[in-house]
Design a protein around this ligand. Structure first.
Ligand code: GTP
Ligand code: MG
Ligand code: ZN
Length: 371
């Protein structure tokens, strides 16, 4: 790759020599690469090396995605796509393979699996220090982040609005298992330099969290301009107003990319058992199946002889990231069991048992559809 090529507009959006290499078959068909920066229903805003443009999917694409019963096939914010340029418009012919993907279930069946953000390197899981800090919800965000393949960071926002943040931060660190926890305030500027330092040029971070925690305010502070509309939370219950209604990828002056998302009501199912089951389905089922091949029934998949899980990791059958997120889930369970409150631990065990059960059901459905 020459010096000139590395300075293209698309490379500032994360386009790499490796992606360019994989793109050659599309280039041979006269297609050009683009990244989806806004998706609103069927309308797409794309960036190509020539600048920003409106995009739509081709009739053939729509037909094939519908035939495959797969909502996950459609382009989403963050996706790399191959487009045909036709005058002012760009027609999306193909979604390129995703490095990472955030998925939710739309209605409990596999064909409604919906990818909501793609090719995200880091997940900023935002919770406000001024409202009830819901640790269970943070755990679920963590689970979603692990399953997506993006590296999680927990952002505790509105530090200025909390008199005594230390105990809260300690509680969050206790469930975070080494995930960085950063408290920030847009009012005082606290933590913003530390956050900027985590956001690398050409890398994409997604902001996730309930409505009103201050995601868009943070984007504006990092961008130095009012990129996104923001709105005060409701006085009576400190809940947000669902101000952001679409997902948008923003190139920051630092060269880092940040993806702002609507608060979690729009993504409500991420919070639901079904969504979590979807996220974990393949991992859980795959590992359970592999573990049946272990020599010892109570194998801890550590250093036991004849461990099928270790073997699967060694020969590449089992993805190490998936294995890590599965282990994380097991640690969460163990952690809940250690807590004083035996009822909470029991509830936690029940919750995960339900997740595993629906995960198996979900994968079964998926297989039937795949077959
Ligand atoms: N005190 C304080 N208020 C903040 C801070 N950051 C944001 N806010 C306020 O929180 C309110 C909600 O902020 P938004 O940025 O719109 O929240 P959001 O997370 O984008 O919400 P949705 O788009 O609905 O998901 C606004 O009134 C902001 O001014 C902060 O650091 N401190
Ligand atoms: Mg917003
Ligand atoms: Zn084993």
């Amino acid at each position: 790759m020459t010096q000139k090529e590395t300075l293209t507009l698309l490379s500032s959006y994360g386009w790499s020599p490796a992606l360019q290499h994989d793109f050659e078959p599309y280039a041979a068909r006269g297609l050009v690469p683009a990244r989806v920066i806004v998706q609103q229903r069927n309308l797409y805003r794309l960036v190509t090396d020539a600048g920003e443009t409106e995009g739509r999917i081709s009739g053939l694409f729509r037909h094939e995605a519908a035939a495959a019963f797969d909502l996950g096939a459609y382009p989403v914010t963050g996706d790399w796509v191959a487009v045909e340029l036709k005058g002012d418009a760009a027609v999306i012919a193909q979604v390129l393979p995703r490095a990472t993907a955030f998925t939710r279930m739309a209605a409990g069946t596999a064909k409604d699996r919906q990818v909501v953000a793609a090719n995200v390197d880091m997940a900023l899981l935002a919770a406000s220090l001024n409202a009830d800090l819901n640790l269970r919800r943070l755990e679920r965000y963590l689970a979603t982040a692990y399953e997506s393949g993006a590296a999680p960071v927990i952002l505790l926002t509105k530090a200025d609005a909390c008199d005594d943040p230390e105990p809260l931060i300690a509680q969050v660190e206790a469930i975070a298992f080494g995930v960085p926890v950063l408290s920030v305030s847009v009012r005082t500027g606290q933590g913003l330099d530390a956050l900027s330092a985590l956001l690398a040029p050409g890398k994409t971070a997604v902001l996730l969290g309930s409505s009103g925690v201050g995601k868009s305010t943070l984007v504006n502070a990092l961008a130095g301009v009012e990129k996104m509309a923001t709105k005060a939370i409701r006085e009576d219950d400190a809940h947000g107003r669902h101000t952001t209604t679409h997902r948008e990828l923003i190139l920051l002056p630092s060269g880092a990319l940040i993806l702002d998302t609507p608060g979690m009501r729009e993504l409500a199912l991420w919070d639901a058992e079904a969504g979590l089951a979807a996220a974990f389905a393949e991992t859980t089922v795959q590992i359970e199946e592999i573990a049946q091949g272990c020599r010892f029934r109570d194998c801890a998949h550590d250093r036991e002889p004849g461990c099928a899980v270790r073997a699967a990791l060694a020969d590449g059958t089992l993805d190490p990231d998936r294995w890590q997120s599965f282990q994380k889930l097991q640690r969460e369970l163990a952690h809940a069991e250690r807590k004083e409150d035996p009822l909470a631990a029991q509830a936690e065990r029940k919750r995960w048992a339900a997740v595993h059960k629906s995960a198996r059901a979900w994968t079964k459905t998926k297989r039937e559809i795949d077959d």
